[in-house]
Design a protein. Sequence first.
Length: 141
Amino acid sequence: MNPIWYIDITPGHDWLTVPIQRLVQNALAAPAQPFTQPHGDLPDILRLTPFMEQMGSGVRSSDGVVYRKDFSWEREWRHCGDLAFTLSDVTAIFAPEADHDQFAADIHAIHTGDQPIPSLLDPNWSLERMIIALARPSRRD
């Protein structure tokens, strides 16, 4: 598991994005290697790109829409491949609020332990509403 490497795509900040894009294009243009092991035959840059995310602001050239994608305030981690975990490893589950009841019913249907059910949060909620949901006692079977 690794933290994400945020790449600034703001116009004028291309000192890093252009070389990375060239490396990706070169790797994709190279003849395919025979597959012998998971990720072992990939060019190095293609082994790194799952851990990169674009961020920045500007005007989209395709339609002139202003964009802003800023993750400087968060820390995201990614893992390539299967990730084994149990329900007790989960603190919160993000899902649309309209799906919370069904999601909770599905969890209760497969949950066999006495551990609490993780809090269900909607990514569209305000920070305050999420804090309130997280502060409530955890649900149990």
